[in-house]
Write a protein that binds this ligand. Structure first.
Ligand SMILES: Cc1cc2nc3c(=O)[nH]c(=O)nc-3n(C[C@H](O)[C@H](O)[C@H](O)COP(=O)(O)OP(=O)(O)OC[C@H]3O[C@@H](n4cnc5c(N)ncnc54)[C@H](O)[C@@H]3O)c2cc1C
Length: 448
């Protein structure tokens, strides 16, 4: 079967790889001239199964209200006359009940655990190098209230097979000595030894290279303008090529993986995807003082920031480098990707507070990306109401963590196979017997 994958971000690339492994002819179409050039370009780098508590949780509504209009707030709704934003906001509120939060954590942990395994397997099979670190993820708290609130979700995650241990402040400093400067402010931490980190963009480019070697076609600099339906299924994709010429591209099946742009292409088909762009920031800087810099990937609960460290060995063709990547915060403000100086400075200030002198802030590179956020933080993977259109989108804060498992799953669904993980795929009946399931049953079958 010929399958067109729409979008060459982490989700599109992973889908293409796994589709090819199942024997399909695969073409990837993307508007950029290089893969992983949008949201998959400079993210926080964490493979964090433990980061499963969704933004929508019982404490979120009050926090969001308190943060309204606060320029450096970790999660900032900039209210606009935008029906998509208001509708997303209302659905977000509905996801804040304790029952919905528990349900969503379960889905996110299941997919995350499976996806991390698929990534590890892929890394072993292909010998991929992407500045990966396998020293776990340490989530630290500077607020006693937030630390106390972390115990419940951490216990739920442990019950689901994600070993997120609650540890003391002293233990946190033993695991990551660079935290010693803030020991007096540390309320405690959680540590998940099996979590990892790595440069998602480098991974994506490596996997594209393997895809091309394996026969996947990439049509870069092609902007998709419409998906055309004839007789109840997708007949072709309309796109413009690099010189602006109109093109029709046809296949047997189509996988929509256009990140936060996915709902714009799906809406004319009557498919309403509850995805809204949530702008995040990242800062990358060279390590200046090794003794002050962190080694373990970290999550700063109070500022909603994640910290990763990338060390690329020098080669004959590249000088390599050792750099810190700090990423996070979220701003719901439509498709605007402007850098807001206040938010950039707030991140650098926090880095200096935690690890004074560790990074060379004079060489800091700032970036913004639009997370394809769903109100529940649960991605949309599976069938649509059109039989040859499949969805692999809406991965929000965890698109790198979930990329490999989502790609493998959508490839199996397109191929008529049962996915290996027990997850609420859209339009797929609950698996009769999932090959991989940390805790048993629970898939649903709504079809957008
Ligand atoms: C600041 C920040 C930090 C993050 N940190 C982490 C982290 O630590 N761990 C983690 O797991 N996740 C993290 N994420 C989330 C993760 O980066 C995203 O979920 C993931 O990159 C989304 O990938 P995607 O393939 O869905 O979208 P994208 O990477 O945006 O890919 C979509 C592709 O579709 C293409 N496209 C769009 N419209 C069209 C069109 N009309 N025609 C042709 N092509 C089109 C785009 O060019 C793009 O290449 C972070 C995100 C941000 C912003």
């Amino acid at each position: 079967m010929h399958v067109i994958v729409l979008g060459a971000g982490l989700l599109g690339i992973s889908s293409a790889w796994h589709l090819r492994q199942l024997g399909h002819e695969v073409t990837v179409v993307d508007r950029q001239n290089a893969p992983a050039a949008e949201t998959s370009f400079a993210n926080g780098g964490q493979i964090s199964v433990s980061h499963a508590e969704p933004w929508a949780n019982p404490s979120a509504p009050l926090k969001v209200l308190r943060w309204l209009g606060q320029e450096d707030a970790p999660l900032l709704f900039r209210l606009r006359a935008d029906p998509a934003q208001w509708s997303w906001g209302l659905r977000f509120l509905r996801e804040c009940t304790p029952a919905r939060t528990r349900h969503n954590i379960e889905q996110i942990v299941r997919l995350g655990t499976y996806s991390r395994q698929v990534l590890q397997q892929l890394r072993r099979d292909l010998g991929l190098q992407y500045d990966q670190r396998t020293q776990g993820i340490l989530h630290f708290y500077t607020s006693q209230k937030e630390f106390d609130g972390a115990e419940g979700p951490a216990a739920q995650m442990r019950a689901l097979g994600c070993d997120r241990r609650v540890i003391s402040a002293d233990e946190a400093v033993r695991l990551e000595p660079a935290l010693r400067h803030i020991l007096p402010q540390l309320a405690g931490a959680t540590y998940t030894a099996e979590d990892e980190s790595g440069d998602a963009n480098r991974f994506a480019r490596e996997l594209v290279r393997r895809c091309i070697e394996d026969g996947v076609q990439f049509r870069m600099s092609h902007t998709v303008t419409a998906l055309r339906e004839v007789g109840g299924q997708i007949d072709h994709v309309e796109a413009t090529d690099p010189s602006g010429r109109f093109q029709r591209i046809r296949a047997d099946a189509y996988v929509l993986a256009m990140g936060s742009l996915s709902p714009l292409l799906a809406a004319p088909l009557g498919i309403r995807l509850p995805i809204y762009p949530a702008k995040g920031y990242s800062v990358t800087m060279p390590v200046k003082d090794e003794s002050m810099a962190h080694q373990v990937s970290l999550t700063d609960d109070e500022y909603k920031l994640v910290f990763s460290r990338y060390t690329t060995p020098a080669t004959a063709t590249s000088p390599g480098g050792d750099r810190l990547r700090i990423a996070g915060t979220a701003e719901l403000n439509g498709y605007d990707r402007d850098l807001n100086r206040v938010r950039c400075e707030a991140i650098v200030k926090r880095v200096e507070q935690l690890f004074p002198g560790a990074g060379d802030t004079t060489q800091a590179q700032f970036w913004t990306g639009l997370r394809p956020a769903t109100p529940s933080n649960v991605p949309i993977i599976g069938r649509s109401k059109l039989p040859n259109l499949f969805l692999n989108t809406g991965h929000g804060t965890l698109g790198w963590t979930h990329a490999c498992g989502s790609g493998q799953s959508i490839a199996r669904i397109v191929s008529g196979l049962v996915p290996e993980v027990d997850f609420a795929f859209t339009g797929v009946a609950a698996p009769r017997r999932a090959a991989y399931s940390p805790q048993g049953a629970g898939a649903s079958a709504a079809r957008p």
